[in-house]
Design a protein around this ligand. Structure first.
Ligand code: GRG
Length: 303
């Protein structure tokens, strides 16, 4: 199957799973075990607003590559997108980046107010783990793999992962950029949540240690390259195409790779990392065709 066709197949599976596990709620005080209508509306507003679905696609693609059962991976993939969306909603809040547009529409707090945007983010984060644990109990034959997958996601999304990266990012605003701090921010703020689906899939599908190490290296390179490109797009990208404002990093005094080394050197660094990401897949041979094409496509992204 062609790369684009395959990507669309994964994205359609993710869209369907998200719609099933997070249905529209209508009631102010719902029956036991359901969520209030307004909360599901705010969660669905950002979750179903498009987005490239990079993280869940990675999870399904690696599960397929390792000949795992994709049925078992659908909910963990959707959970990764919920965690990612929570991080975007909170990142856009006035207390963080204070952005008005995301995924081509007004940010969550602009539509629902700050209180609901915080709750929508909290809701997506908690519901992601609730869904992953229920899924683990559903596929009892692979219970340990599912628990290890949930742990891998929690570690990379949590206080020594994405939140740690965001924390150092905030603390570094208006400071002179330095390479070590930038590497820490990029590795944790961005790369950890791109490595999380790779690790989760490796546990669900039963990868060997050698395969897991290769995937971790792939994720680390993809993640840092992805963030450097994000910083470059903030300088050179088209706001309309990206569905969010550009020039925000300079406005917030953010520490970025272009600010440290300049545009051309940042591009060279990103190209090298994309190359290294692809080399990390050598041990999978032809089976890594989709991941190789995925790296090529992401390296050229305009949004
Ligand atoms: C805990 C209060 C609180 C806030 C958490 C952790 C956090 C805030 C934010 C995460 C930091 C963040 C947004 C990192 C940027 C990563 C990044 C490049 C996101 C954009 O991802 P894409 O391009 O977006 O995949 P789409 O919209 O396509 O899904």
């Amino acid at each position: 199957m062609e790369y684009i066709e395959q990507y669309q197949r994964y994205a359609a599976l993710i869209e369907a799973t998200l719609n099933t596990i997070l249905p529209e709620g209508k009631m102010l005080c719902p029956p036991e075990g359901e969520m209030p209508g307004k909360l599901s509306e705010a969660m669905r507003y950002s979750l179903l607003a498009g987005g490239k679905r990079v993280r869940p696609v990675l999870l399904l693609a690696v599960c397929d590559m390792l000949k795992g059962n994709i049925e078992e991976a659908l909910v963990p993939a959707a959970a990764l997108e919920m965690i990612h969306t929570y991080s975007l909603i909170h990142d856009d809040l006035p207390g963080m980046d204070n952005d008005d547009y995301r995924r081509g529409r007004l940010t969550n707090h602009k539509v629902f107010g700050e209180g609901f945007a915080i709750l929508a983010g909290d809701g997506l984060l908690n519901y992601a783990y609730e869904c992953m644990l229920s899924n683990a109990l559903r596929f009892k034959d692979h219970l340990e793999g599912h628990i290890r997958a949930a742990e891998a996601v929690a570690k990379r999304a949590g206080v020594s992962g994405m939140i740690a990266g965001q924390c150092v990012d905030l603390l570094s605003e208006h400071h002179d950029p330095d390479a070590d701090t930038l590497f820490y921010i990029h590795t944790h703020k961005t790369a950890d949540l791109l490595t999380a689906p790779l690790m989760a899939a490796s546990y669900i599908a039963g990868a060997t240690e050698q395969q897991r190490t290769a995937l971790e290296r792939f994720g680390a390179c993809v993640g840092v390259a992805f963030q450097i490109d994000d910083d470059l797009l903030d300088v050179e990208g088209n706001a309309g195409e990206m569905g969010k404002a550009t020039g925000m990093d300079a406005q917030h005094g953010k520490m970025t790779w272009p600010a440290l080394v300049g545009i051309e050197a940042a591009k060279a660094r990103s190209n090298l990392l994309w190359q290294q990401a692809k080399e990390a897949l050598d041990c999978f041979g032809e089976d890594a065709r989709f991941l190789q094409a995925f790296a090529d496509a992401l390296a050229k992204r305009k949004k």
